[in-house]
Ligand binder design. Structure first.
Ligand code: ADP
Ligand code: MG
Ligand code: MG
Length: 890
């Protein structure tokens, strides 16, 4: 018989798969001897079985009964007993935390009788009625599927009738009336009475938690966070402790370090006379942990002691939930806390200094995606701006957009390409759709631990929360700032998640401190910045650790120079097509419409010096490092006027009777070169074979530039790369000509040039015949963009916008294969080609130049396959350095 239920004392933090994160950590805390209310965990395996079978798996009910009896014995009370009831919470908890996505029901076991028992036992009728109305509300919403607004509106009405906004002003009778109202609402909306049988309550709540795994918003969250759909959630059944038992009680959440900045020292929110869900929901304003010390010194000190113990035990920043009942502290949850990118780097650095972890571990704890976020632009604080309000700096970044006040508008406007900021009083899980598409999120209530803050941090979305000076009116889609200004739907605002500031209009943005440091800015404001120091330390450690080299894709001297400052070890891809655009386009036209070889040669001769000067600049900026130059790749008609435009122009010219000979030739050329599938047409090496002069002119330009650099005392290392090769014969044909040119140039200049000739691997055929090709190539560079297109048989420009969203939704792939390498398909070709190529030519140098070279997951794959380098855009170079280091740690 499968064991589906485990006591907290039976588990450990390493069992997240089976017990979920919450259950595993409750078990860990129990075994550490911390004050955790006793309870048990129903496994994710039970949930999976339930979802698959459409009902409780065999044996589950009996196992729950067994554990429940044991819990009742420990607590010396029976669930829902009329005289002295044991109450429990039923809490969801999946392997990965999904804040606010799934459901929890508190105070299970209360009914019309046991509520009186609770009142007598606690000598507090108000508390008992308050607990009961909470149960009705949570049970009604979670288990019976009633809109929670139904209950909150009734609660608001009760407060209004009393002439107050404070839930604490409601007395016993008010709450008793509210209980009666809630029961009636349940009958009305669910078509059934609230179950009075405590065990039925428990079983229904457990099933509701299982079912909540499959709600739309949970599924959306998983897609967003790339959490697999088939994990299921565990359920924790735990004896209740009461933070709503008067002013000597309360609930709170805390972090062992500041999750926004990474500053050392605890950070938290506490709310007197409240149950846990009140803290996060932002019902009342919380107080800080320092203020909690004033209210209840003993619990506060014990809490701090426990937090220190947890950090030492987990070797990481933890977040916790706790409740104080009548001056006694209880721990309700802990986990390794989510944090901003800034906090991730700074905490990792601090923990190394504190001797909690070593540098390798610190490197494992930060990601390239986080570093990329730290390189985003910031607001330019030298510009003029109008501060509207200041809230909490919940999730960093500089976001500018139009204010919208509900998630549906956010989605609609974002879909038509507008930047939006979602403004709410506070967010709920329903707002997730809007939060995903918004540039930033702004709320007027709630702290750094509110739903908005937690979710925004998780998604890396800019967020300012608890901007209390804002009066948000979602019904009329506007907010008013205390003191005057009104911002309506569609008005542009700017929010700074790093400072918590909210501005009217669009504030200009500037480089982040991290980028300025990479750029070599020596201003003490930059070099003494603690974040910069933390980043520098870990990127340098990554450099010392990694095997994989990092190059850049750069087409201009300027880009090359920047990438070099960012740590690039050469150029992996220098495209040459832009060297045929602008004013030079006309020279290309001459080449294409030339009547004979002499005409072609003349056009090429005109292009040569221009290209040479481009290469000179690039070789100079990468002096001493390898520079891979790809010969012209796109189809020639890209350099000619558009067919339709030209036809129209000709027709007009005809009418006026002054049609020119050159235009006629041009039109003929455009018609001749027109292709149904240009991506699969006359391009790459095929051009080099059909118009041999084109490739030899480019090779000559590269080599002459190199010779000139050598004469000027430079140290150039050009690598000439042939695109779109499918067969070794193609490569051989053009390579021979390039070698002839090279011999000429070296003789003419009287210098020996260190150069090589290689090819891109971007066609499946090239990958499959890599052993043959390797015999004629000094290097392979995987062009993973084209390789992905050619392997899947789709053209990126056509498919991404049209059906990728459907494919992602239906799980054909978890992430676009253009963003992150499809390791199973395209990756197999890369692996095969690398192995075959190396076997045939042990000297073969291997790299990748597609955009995947800057994608963290793909970098780990390329490292594992044994490539020598990745190449990516200049801004991704630091990210790639970091990830290559992390990859080397295994
Ligand atoms: P979430 O995952 O949304 O945080 P939880 O299961 O942690 O949901 O529960 C919601 C709130 O109820 C939390 O604040 C939690 O601390 C509180 N809570 C859960 N179980 C108990 C309990 N046994 N006694 C008192 N408060 C509880
Ligand atoms: Mg919780
Ligand atoms: Mg290509």
């Amino acid at each position: 018989m499968t064991a589906y239920v485990f006591d907290f004392s039976q588990g450990s933090k390493d069992q997240k798969d089976l017990l979920g994160g919450k259950g595993a950590n409750l078990a860990e805390m129990t075994n550490l001897g911390l004050p955790v209310p006793p309870g048990f965990t129903i496994t994710t395996e039970a949930c999976r079985a339930y979802l698959q079978e459409g009902g409780d798996p065999a044996g589950l009910a009996e196992q729950v009964s067994e554990r429940l009896v044991a819990l009742e014995e420990t607590m010396e009370r029976k669930l829902g007993d009329a005289g002295d009831p044991l109450l429990v919470s039923v809490r969801s908890g999946a392997k990965f935390s999904m804040p606010g996505m799934m459901e929890t029901v508190l105070n299970v076991g209360l009914n019309d009788e046991s509520v009186e028992g609770l009142a007598r036992q606690s000598d507090d009728s108000r508390f008992a009625q308050d607990s009961y109305r909470r149960l009705l509300q949570m049970f009604g919403a979670t288990v019976l599927g009633i809109e929670s607004a139904v209950f909150s509106e009734a609660l608001d009405a009760a407060k209004k009738a009393k002439g107050t906004d404070e839930d604490l002003d409601l007395d016993t009778d008010d709450l008793r009336d509210l209980v009666a109202t809630y029961k009636q609402l349940i009958e009305e909306h669910a078509g059934r009475a609230f179950p009075q049988d405590p065990r039925e309550q428990l079983d229904l709540a457990v099933n509701a938690v299982f079912d909540s795994w499959n709600t739309d918003r949970a599924a959306l969250y998983r897609r967003q966070e790339q959490i697999p759909d088939d994990l299921g959630t565990a359920v924790n059944v735990q004896a209740m402790v009461f933070g709503n038992r008067g002013m000597d009680s309360g609930s709170g959440v805390a972090f062992t370090r500041d999750p926004a900045t990474g500053n050392q020292g605890v950070y938290g929110d506490y709310l007197q006379n409240a149950q846990g869900e009140d803290v996060v929901a932002g019902i009342r304003n919380t107080v800080s942990l320092a203020d909690m010390a004033e209210v209840d010194r003993t619990s506060h000190d014990e809490l701090l002691e426990i937090m220190e113990k947890l950090e030492k035990h987990y070797h990481d920043m933890c977040d916790i939930e706790f409740t104080v009942e009548d001056g006694k502290l209880w721990m309700l949850q802990t986990r390794v806390g989510k944090r901003t990118p800034e906090a991730a780097f700074r905490i990792a650095g601090h923990m190394v200094d504190e001797g909690l972890i070593d540098l390798d571990e610190a490197l494992r704890r930060v990601t390239g995606a986080q570093l990329a976020q730290l390189m985003f632009p910031r607001f330019d604080y030298s510009s003029e701006r109008n501060l509207l309000a200041k809230g909490m700096n919940a999730s960093p970044g500089a976001a500018v957009g139009k204010a919208v006040f509900d998630w549906a508008t956010a989605v609609e406007w974002a879909e038509r390409g507008e930047d939006v900021i979602l403004v709410r009083k506070e967010t709920s899980p329903d707002d997730l759709h809007g939060m995903v598409v918004a540039k930033g999120i702004l709320t007027s209530r709630g702290g750094k631990t509110s739903h908005a803050a937690v979710v925004a941090r998780g998604m890396g979305r800019t967020c300012v929360c608890g901007a209390e000076a804002l009066d948000v009116d979602t019904k009329n889609a506007e907010f008013t700032v205390r003191g005057g200004t009104t911002i309506r739907e569609g008005d542009v605002i700017s929010i700074d998640g790093t400072t918590g500031e909210v501005f009217e209009g669009a504030v200009p943005v500037t480089d982040s401190a991290v980028v300025r440091w990479f750029e070599g800015d020596k201003d003490p404001e930059i070099t003494d910045n603690p974040l910069v120091q933390a980043v520098a330390r870990l990127v340098e450690h990554a450099d010392q650790t990694r095997r994989l080299q990092v190059r850049t894709n750069a087409d201009t001297g300027e880009d090359a120079a920047r990438a070099r400052r960012f740590g690039a070890q050469g150029i992996g891809l220098c495209r040459t097509e832009h060297m045929f655009l602008g004013e030079r386009r006309e020279l290309v036209e001459h080449l294409i419409i030339a009547d004979d070889e002499a005409g072609q040669e003349k056009a090429l001769d005109a292009l040569l010096p221009q290209q040479r000067s481009d290469f000179l600049e690039i070789l100079e900026s990468m002096d001493g490092l390898p520079v891979t130059i790809r010969l012209i790749d796109p189809p020639l008609h890209e350099f000619l006027p558009d067919l339709t435009d030209l036809s129209v122009a000709m027709a007009v010219a005809d009418v006026h009777g002054h049609r020119k000979k050159r235009q006629r030739k041009l039109l003929a050329a455009v018609q001749r070169l027109h292709e149904a599938n240009p991506m699969l047409g006359l391009r790459g090496v095929r051009l080099g074979i059909v118009i041999p002069g084109l490739f030899t002119m480019q090779a000559r330009a590269v080599l002459e530039a190199a010779a000139e650099r050598i004469k000027a005392g430079g140290d150039p290392h050009p690598e000439i790369m042939i695109p779109l090769v499918g067969s070794v014969r193609e490569l051989d044909l053009v390579k021979q000509r390039i070698m002839d040119v090279a011999a000429d140039v070296q003789e003419e200049a009287g210098v020996a040039i260190d150069f090589s000739v290689g090819t891109m691997i971007e066609l499946p055929r090239a990958a499959l015949t890599a052993d043959q090709i390797a015999g004629s190539a000094d290097f392979f560079s995987f062009g993973t963009n084209d390789l992905t297109q050619m392997t899947w048989g789709f053209s990126r420009d056509d498919v991404e916008a049209s059906f990728f969203s459907t494919y992602l939704e239906q799980g054909v792939f978890p992430v676009s294969p253009f963003e992150s390498l499809d390791t199973e398909g395209v990756g197999t070709l890369v692996r095969t080609a690398a192995a075959k190529g190396r076997e045939a030519n042990p000297e073969l140098h291997l790299g990748v130049c597609g955009e995947h070279g800057g994608d963290p997951a793909s970098i780990h794959f390329f490292d594992e396959v044994g490539l020598d380098y990745v190449s990516c855009s200049p801004f991704r170079v630091p990210v790639a350095r970091l990830e290559a280091g992390r990859s080397a740690l295994g």
